[in-house]
Design a binder for this molecule. Structure first.
Ligand code: CO
Length: 134
């Protein structure tokens, strides 16, 4: 059911420092920081040949990644995003299999303008999974 790895998201306490590290030490192509107020994050996109890395930093008072950074002050892997062809079919199959879908279970428009859902990490080996209709 899942297809390509769309991105790996890493929460970082210092977005500029993380962007420099990916650009200068790892030699990757990085975007300028982009504020996504609807998602409560500022993002730097790291473009790799086969996928993307998203460096996430909290934006605003109730950012969804603020609690994660409070628990992981030096940053850490926040979620992985897999592509699916049909997000409603994927959701229904996952729920039928006993997986918990976060929020109200209805897809939201994600950081790339496409519908996404998040799945409970306790159902997936401790990994927060985002599925995106590609
Ligand atoms: Co994501």
């Amino acid at each position: 059911m899942i297809g390509r790895l769309n991105h790996v998201a890493i929460a970082v306490p210092d977005l500029a420092a993380a962007a420099r590290m990916y650009r200068d030490m790892l030699g990757a192509e990085v975007s300028q920081p982009i504020d996504l107020p609807a998602h409560g994050v500022s993002v730097v996109f790291v473009v790799l040949p086969n996928t993307k890395i998203e460096l996430l930093h909290p934006l605003g008072a109730d950012s969804p990644i603020a609690p994660f950074l409070a628990r992981n002050p030096s940053g850490g892997m926040h979620h992985v995003c897999y592509e699916v062809d049909d997000i409603l079919a994927a959701r229904d199959r996952l729920k039928a299999g006993g997986a918990r879908v976060l929020g109200d279970g209805e897809p939201k428009i994600g950081a790339h303008g496409k519908p996404v859902l998040f799945l409970h990490p306790k159902d997936f080996a401790g990994t927060l999974i985002e599925i995106e209709q590609a």
